[in-house]
Design a protein around this ligand. Structure first.
Ligand SMILES: NC(=O)C1=CN([C@@H]2O[C@H](COP(=O)(O)OP(=O)(O)OC[C@H]3O[C@@H](n4cnc5c(N)ncnc54)[C@H](OP(=O)(O)O)[C@@H]3O)[C@@H](O)[C@H]2O)C=CC1
Ligand SMILES: O=C(CO)[C@H](O)[C@H](O)COP(=O)(O)O
Length: 478
């Protein structure tokens, strides 16, 4: 371990857990002297025990910040919420005006908005930065979504560009926009992450229960898919999961895992923000709901006894052909999931005046993050070609591939419904699409009903103004 002098460290990290420790090691690998602090002595010792030449862990906040060069750069990778406020409060007793505080955790964007305003008012530079890529990304190259203080970002840029992943020689980090933009973008990233994970789990259900495929056959399908247009990190890890056995075990670890999914909240926040901004993101909403439903294990067990179906599910089809249809369906729904997330970002950009470029977001998501995929290249091109593009499904190239895969998803969704296999994310992607392309939705009836029971008024086709009718039967003329 080195004996670093006061004011010699270029970068300080608070929170030496999964993300903080790995990101700090990544920064140190690029030749920067780094300092770490955690309230757990064990974590500090673990950092020092790494034996890295240019990393030192400190057990007090004062020693830690004293070891940093000015302007001091301090990044937090601690659990989101009150802990972040408490760390900031402590930091303000040891930092000076002009120093830079980065929150790299999954903070709610409204918290970041408030912290940015408070810290800017006090003379500190604050950067709310989403970090994706998990443990491995933090260690070897992640995708980072910084927002807030642009001057501070310019100061951080040389470090961040080195520790980011690189795609075609370009780093997967860029300034996202004003105030809480970075955390908003990260939140939507996670919403899309939930959606794609749900879609993959639905393909698993169809292959397992509908096509009666065994784990090895399913493994081969994911492997094949990941070699084509569906190539993505989430399919890559799914392929690995379908091959993983604990030492000495005959069965996959996957088969031993309880089917109750947990969530830390970013998917739910995405749906909540989308509802607040009146942007439909049904695939993300469904993904959140299905994790919640999965957690109601006892209720599901009880219901399965009441509604057990004695008829055996059997698709009676050629599995290879059917998996090609399933690949089409997955492609269709995945495109739709990204499109819904991008639509939310488009609207947030207007509503919150973030000054975010959607093509830049797609560009930095192409590598290092959990939702990286081949398709992000197409999203990047679509928004780069037309920065005013309001919705990805209106892009000609995207429209072409969606149209080609539409028969596949229709077949998958209808077969699943007939056989009692739950595919809510697939179903919602096709329903969303059918209404998105529907010039005349049946919502004229909803308007009439609202006016009937609550005098909420309605608008008329080709006539200015709002109208109200006394709908009661006695007022209806024969
Ligand atoms: N894990 C992941 O894949 C990803 C996580 N994130 C986000 O990054 C953040 C950190 O996540 P992760 O590294 O997984 O979390 P961990 O729980 O692994 O690490 C957090 C660390 O912060 C420490 N800590 C807690 N309170 C304080 C405090 N007041 N002062 C100093 N240190 C403190 C914890 O110590 P102790 O254990 O003693 O409480 C722990 O060592 C979260 O917001 C998370 O949502 C973002 C992207 C990916
Ligand atoms: O931010 C991440 C990846 O980008 C985290 O891994 C993600 O928050 C996990 O979320 P959840 O626990 O809700 O599944």
């Amino acid at each position: 371990m080195n004996e670093q002098n006061t004011n010699q460290n270029a970068f300080g990290m608070i929170g030496l857990g999964t993300m903080g420790s790995n990101l700090l090691q990544n920064i140190a690998d690029h030749g920067y002297n780094c300092a770490g602090y955690d309230n757990s002595k064990q974590k500090v010792d673990a950092l020092n025990n790494l034996g890295s030449e240019n990393i030192k862990g400190y057990s007090t906040l004062k020693e830690f910040t004293d070891s940093l060069k000015s302007p001091k750069i301090v990044m937090m990778l601690v659990p989101a919420g009150e802990i972040v406020d408490s760390v900031i409060k402590d930091l303000l007793t040891v930092l000076e005006k002009g120093d830079i505080i980065i929150d790299g955790g999954n903070s709610h964007f409204t918290d970041t908005e408030q912290r940015f305003i408070d810290l800017e008012g006090k003379g500190y530079h604050f950067v709310g930065m989403g970090v994706s890529g998990g443990e491995e990304g933090a260690r070897r190259g992640s995708s980072m979504m910084p927002g807030g203080d642009e001057e501070a970002y310019e100061h951080l840029k040389p470090i961040l560009e080195k520790i980011a992943a690189h795609v075609n020689g370009e780093p997967t980090v860029a300034f996202m926009g004003e105030r809480s933009a970075g955390h908003f973008v990260k939140m939507v990233h996670n919403g899309i992450e939930y959606a794609i994970m749900q879609l993959i789990s639905e393909t698993y259900e169809i292959m397992k229960k509908g096509l009666k495929m065994d784990n090895e056959e399913i493994h081969q399908v994911y492997k094949k898919w990941n070699e084509g247009r569906l190539k993505s990190y989430l399919l890559e890890i799914t392929t690995d999961i379908f091959a993983y056995k604990n030492e000495g075990e005959k069965t996959l670890l996957l088969d031993e895992i309880r089917d109750a999914a947990k969530a830390k909240g970013t998917g739910k926040w995405t749906s909540q923000a989308a509802m607040d901004l009146h942007i439909p993101t049904p695939i993300i909403d469904i993904a959140v709901s299905m994790r919640n439903l999965s957690s109601l294990k006892d209720l599901r067990v009880e219901a399965s006894k009441i509604y057990s179906d004695s008829t055996e599910i059997n698709y009676k089809t050629n599995n290879e052909d059917y998996c090609n249809k399933l690949e089409d369906a997955f492609y269709f729904a995945m495109v739709s999931a990204y499109a819904q997330g991008m639509h939310l970002l488009y609207q947030a950009n207007i509503e919150f005046d973030y000054k975010v470029n959607l093509d830049t977001i797609a560009k930095i998501w192409r590598g290092g993050c959990i939702i990286r995929s081949e398709f992000l290249e197409d999203i990047y091109f679509a928004f780069n070609k037309n920065p005013k593009l309001q919705h990805l499904l209106l892009d000609n190239e995207v429209a072409k591939s969606l149209t080609e895969t539409l028969p596949g998803i229709r077949a998958i969704v209808s077969d699943a419904a007939l056989h009692g296999i739950s595919t809510p994310a697939f179903s919602s992607s096709v329903s969303y699409f059918d209404n998105f392309r529907n010039e005349n939705m049946p919502t004229n009836l909803v308007q009439a009903q609202r006016d009937y029971f609550g005098s909420h008024t309605y608008e008329l086709k080709g006539k200015e103004g709002v109208f109200h009718t006394k709908w009661m039967m006695e007022n209806i003329k024969e």
